[in-house]
Design a protein around this ligand. Structure first.
Ligand SMILES: Nc1ncnc2c1ncn2[C@@H]1O[C@H](COP(=O)(O)OP(=O)(O)O)[C@@H](O)[C@H]1O
Ligand SMILES: [Mg+2]
Length: 329
């Protein structure tokens, strides 16, 4: 049975529109004017045990709202969800002990305590035995290379160090399901890689089911077998990342290398190149062209026939760019 089952999940926020001035305030008492934001609309998906799913979407798409509902922090306006057999917003103790939510933009640790004590407080809240606590902290702090930071005040830690400790705090009770909302946001590249490697290993060895949102495609590409793309509250795509390329990449990149003897006079000036496709890069001896998928074969043929080409290479547009274009439209 799937670990996470979401069906028709919907969340509308009513925010209330203040009317200007004193009269507006008085009128507001009589007839309140509301704005409705449909943050999540009719979202349905299943996640099996051990899956590592990337949740993608532009800002405001409803990712955080979905994760908050699955963590029981928010009640939905409609629909159902079941995680490990629990309805998250019923906030049963049994559920609380089996999942964790990490919000990259928020802090769960106490700032005025050394990291280790802050973690110990978290452990107390979950009723974790001292021996398990010590074992887990030793192991995870080693893997995340923050062992020597455990006695530093949380407020004195760098963002990356703090995030790693947040991650340790989230894993102290060995949750079966993990919701990670932008866990690598703002981290330096070294910390990003450490966190990424750690998560991959954790998912592989513990079979933890993970739902991850990230602005960094590297996270998604390296970790997630499956991506769910949301846009304006609705699911727009659910499948493998490679399918996103097949379905949404309209272009390919063709790189040509010209024979050393070929000079611009040999007919390879910018204007000539532009007639084959959009020139995205050009050096003395090479040019990279962006060409519509269905034009790739005729364009390659024409390039070989008409220019002194010594080598030719065809590649996909980077997934990062495809996603950017998807979000832009
Ligand atoms: N507490 C709230 N009250 C009103 N609107 C909200 C609240 N939380 C989120 N929203 C709105 O819901 C939409 C989805 O937000 P969010 O789930 O944070 O998106 P994402 O995480 O994908 O960037 C946005 O339009 C946001 O402004
Ligand atoms: Mg968000």
């Amino acid at each position: 049975m799937p670990v996470i089952q979401v069906s028709g999940l919907t969340k509308a926020f009513r925010t209330y529109k203040k009317q200007p001035g004193f009269l507006g305030a008085v009128r507001g008492l009589v007839s309140r004017r509301y704005d409705t934001t449909h943050a999540v609309r009719d979202v349905s998906f299943y996640v099996e045990e051990g899956e590592f799913v990337g949740f993608l979407g532009p800002n405001g798409a409803g990712k955080t709202t979905t994760l908050k509902m699955l963590s029981g922090l928010l009640h939905p306006t409609g629909g159902t969800a079941s995680v490990l057999g629990y309805t998250p917003w019923e906030r049963k103790d049994g559920y609380r002990r089996q999942f964790a939510l990490l919000l990259g933009q928020k802090n769960q640790l106490w700032w005025d305590l050394p990291a280790r004590e802050s973690l110990a407080l978290n452990a107390k809240i979950y009723g974790i035995a001292q021996s398990q606590f010590e074992r887990t902290v030793a192991e995870l702090s080693e893997l995340l290379s923050v062992r020597e930071k455990l006695d530093v005040m949380v407020r004195e830690l760098s963002l990356g160090e703090r995030m790693k400790l947040e991650l340790i705090a989230a894993l102290l009770h060995q949750p079966k399901v993990l919701f990670l909302d932008e866990p690598t946001i703002g981290l330096d590249v070294v910390s990003q890689k450490i966190v990424r490697d750690f998560l991959r290993e954790h998912n592989a060895t513990r079979k933890t089911t993970i739902l991850l949102t990230s602005h960094y495609m590297a996270d998604i590409q390296e970790l997630c077998q499956r991506v769910i793309i949301v846009d304006r509250g609705s699911i727009f795509f659910d499948g493998r990342l490679s399918e996103v390329i097949d379905r949404f990449a309209d272009f390919k990149l063709i790189t040509i290398r010209l024979t050393p003897a070929a000079s611009p006079a040999a007919g390879c000036d910018r204007q000539k190149l532009e007639s084959y496709g959009e020139v995205v890069e050009q050096t003395a001896a090479t040019a990279k062209l962006k060409v519509k998928r269905d034009r790739v074969i005729p364009v390659c043929k024409a390039l070989l026939d008409e220019l002194p080409v010594s080598d030719i290479d065809i590649e996909e547009v980077p997934i990062e760019e495809i996603i950017r274009q998807l979000f832009a439209r």
